[in-house]
Design a protein around this ligand. Structure first.
Ligand SMILES: *[C@@H]1O[C@H](CO)[C@@H](O)[C@H](O)[C@H]1NC(C)=O
Ligand SMILES: *[C@@H]1O[C@H](CO)[C@@H](O)[C@H](O)[C@H]1NC(C)=O
Ligand SMILES: *[C@@H]1O[C@H](CO)[C@@H](O)[C@H](O)[C@H]1NC(C)=O
Length: 409
């Protein structure tokens, strides 16, 4: 008897292997071995582990095609032992990384933003590559001014990428020859003034970030037009050392009046900024916007109807965290001179050479710390009726007039 609990069965001695006959209340005798249960459990776990391991490895080879460094590193020993090592067919390198990921995916927003938030930490790029500008169109449906944009982009392949966010039910149908062909990203409903508008903008940024060649990110609407030839806009943005987003402190009811004290202490009323949503950002700030999980919930919860989150979230967040990197102005011109809640919408009758020259020639801004350069690259809002006169004037404002070195201006 080794334990007091067996005292009630003094007539049954222990077996030589350590097992004992024991009897629960009202049950027949049962042979119980202290070591056997442990051995059986151990054996069961070993078998289960082997089965799970085999299934895992066979599935891994589906997700990591032969040649992926992960599989070849972690399994080469195992494969060598099995005498069936497969030589990798394709290596991961900076080129394959830069080629990026497809925009035709079914990732959730959370998956997409997480993937897009990844950024190299090491300075410089070890390979030759041409930086691109991501043109991100936020529209409900059609792009009536597409022919003008086609003309603008024509002949500049490799220097830009296009992304279009529409109403989720709208199918952007473009011919294969179009720069917009298959450039529609997986979209969701977006309401003006609502956080869903910021979600759409972050969705555009995240999809554009999947292409590692994109260096600058410009948000446009279906009523926007380009004001200069492509090479001028390209150089202007690629050589700019700041990001272009309107961010100002408006003490009135439509500025600080929309501030909600529940956002404090993270966001104070002094730090509250306003600006139009039509931004242009450098890659590092685009990454910051899709990575933000601190400010976003504050705006989602406390910048509610009457606040217009799309006019405050990006300017406020970027000003607080990255103020010195901002130009605090937009490169997209808009006309508020007619008054009211919305800027002027131009019609076909407004479009003259003098009208366009007037917007193009505005020079009251700084560029890389210097005055006197171009201020506006794009303009809004242009109705579909402006297409014909704009296309007629295109040779005057969209066709290249020699190369312009912006640094000298
Ligand atoms: C995307 O598609 C795959 C395969 O059809 C599916 O397993 C996955 O759950 C989908 N993801 C989402 C977020 O819908
Ligand atoms: C823009 O505003 C921020 C403060 O919000 C400031 O740090 C920065 O210097 C300003 N940029 C320019 C070009 O004035
Ligand atoms: C951009 O360049 C100007 C002129 O050199 C400089 O004053 C400014 O601080 C620079 N801005 C940034 C964000 O580096």
């Amino acid at each position: 008897m080794r334990s007091g609990s067996f005292m009630s069965f003094p007539s049954v001695p222990p077996f030589e292997d350590g097992c004992q006959l024991i009897r629960g209340p009202g049950r027949p005798f049962k042979r119980e071995c202290p070591g056997k249960l442990v051995k059986m459990l151990f054996f069961t776990f070993l078998m289960a582990g082997l089965v799970i391991g085999t299934i895992f490895v066979s599935h891994m080879s589906e997700y990591y095609p032969a040649g992926s460094t992960f599989l070849s590193n972690s399994l080469s020993l195992c494969r060598d032992n099995l005498n069936s090592y497969i030589e990798p067919v394709q290596w991961v390198n900076p080129e394959s990384w830069l080629r990026g990921l497809s925009i035709h995916h079914n990732m959730s927003d959370e998956e997409l933003l997480w993937l897009a938030s990844m950024a190299p930490q090491r300075e410089g790029v070890p390979i030759q590559r041409v930086p691109k500008i991501a043109f991100m169109f936020l529209t409900r449906g059609p792009l009536p001014l597409a022919p003008l944009w086609e003309r603008f982009f024509g002949g500049n392949q490799g220097l830009f990428s296009i992304y279009v966010h529409t109403h989720p039910n709208y199918k952007l149908d473009m011919p294969t020859s179009s720069v917009f062909y298959r450039r529609q990203i997986p979209s969701k409903e977006a309401q003006w003034g609502d956080v869903t508008m910021c979600d759409a903008e972050r969705r555009l940024l995240a999809n554009a970030l999947l292409d590692f060649s994109n260096e600058r990110f410009v948000l446009l609407s279906e009523t926007c037009i380009p004001l200069h030839p492509f090479p001028i806009i390209y150089n202007y943005l690629i050589l700019a050392n700041e990001s272009f987003i309107g961010a100002f402190d408006d003490p009135g009811p439509y500025g600080r009046g929309r501030y909600n004290p529940q956002m404090a202490p993270l966001i104070t009323v002094e730090a509250w900024r306003k600006g139009s949503q039509w931004f242009e950002l450098k890659r590092n700030l685009a990454v910051e916007l899709v990575s933000d999980t601190l400010y976003y919930p504050k705006f989602k919860d406390f910048c509610i109807p009457g606040c217009y989150v799309d006019e405050h979230y990006f300017p406020t967040f970027l000003s607080i965290e990255f103020g010195p990197q901002l130009a605090n102005r937009s490169v997209t011109s808009v006309d508020w001179s007619r008054g009211g809640a919305h800027p002027a919408m131009f019609g076909g009758g407004d479009i003259t050479e003098a009208f366009l020259t007037n917007i193009r020639e505005q020079r009251d801004c700084l560029y890389n710390g210097q005055p006197g350069s171009i201020c506006f690259l794009f303009a809004r809002k242009f109705s579909p009726s402006t297409l014909e006169p704009l296309v007629q004037l295109a040779p005057k404002f969209l066709d290249t007039v020699g190369s312009v070195d912006l640094r000298q201006r």
